[in-house]
Design a protein. Sequence first.
Length: 350
Amino acid sequence: MEHVAVDLGYGFVKAVSASGKRILFPSLVGKGYDRSITSVMGETPDDRQNIHLIYQQEAYFVGELAKESRSVSRIFERERFSHVYTQILLNTAIQLVTEDDIVQVSTGLPLDFYQSQAKEFRQTIIGMQPVTVWETGPLAGQEKRINIDQAMVFPQGASAIFSALMNHEGKFVYPYLMTEGNIIALIDIGFRTTDFVVVEMQENGAFVPKAKLSGTIDEGVINLHRDIRQLFKAKTGGADLNESNISRVLKHEYITYKGQRIEFSEAVRESKQSIATNIADRLKGVWAEESDLFDAIFVAGGGGKLFESFLQPHFDNRLECITENQFANTIGYLRLGKTLLQPEHHQKMG
């Protein structure tokens, strides 16, 4: 039975198994259909860009391939864990990082939803999962059925602090921060939301979150996508940009439309600037002068890299970017879960 950590982000699904396998793919699911023409065009059927599944007798495209679907969506409802697309993303991620059929799972929820939803989310995912038939993708031709034997749900952000402070051997990366009474903050910029958490160090490297200084802000990478889309609409008289073309704009900062090159570098910079300012203003509203006394402020999340340089001036250039920024929560879930779900721990608890 292997332990697997899954971060079901609004933008990307990240998963890491205890054996070290990891996967990252867009949090997209769309209705599937027969794609006989593409196989003729020489596509690689076992590639992770081509995940086509049958789940509960329905065909779905997952991740990159979902962009080809006629009805693709990300799940933004508050109660998203009960949605079939969330179950599909979870099962896909687990199957891609472990060959075991029985697994222990650690996952998480944004801070604002954690109190009200963690228990229900855990109950929803525990137990036998529906059969997944892999039409194409890394497990092409296989039928898999996962049994989630145990599950733990952690608060996002707080878990990322674990991967910021400790390495995979459980050693402290910043020994000087581990003094009792030290205050450490983390800004976790995701696709749709930004979680922020402040903790106070205890003895032995444990820490206690400070609830009044922690929370969730409704700003993230999605705001940048929205700005790019609006500019493109304005420049083209109403044309729309899909997910994959927005990714192209973010990578190259231009796109060609009807033979004309549309430049985005200035717009992308201004948008990042304005989103970073909004996030900083919200943080300062909650933290006030207290942030001047924080011993460290870390930045994590897929958006951490995108916005870090724009956030720095708001915090006197003392932000530290976590090396594994996009996987910070996932690695935190894995370390926490492995510690808490060990059999001897159950004996102690029992």
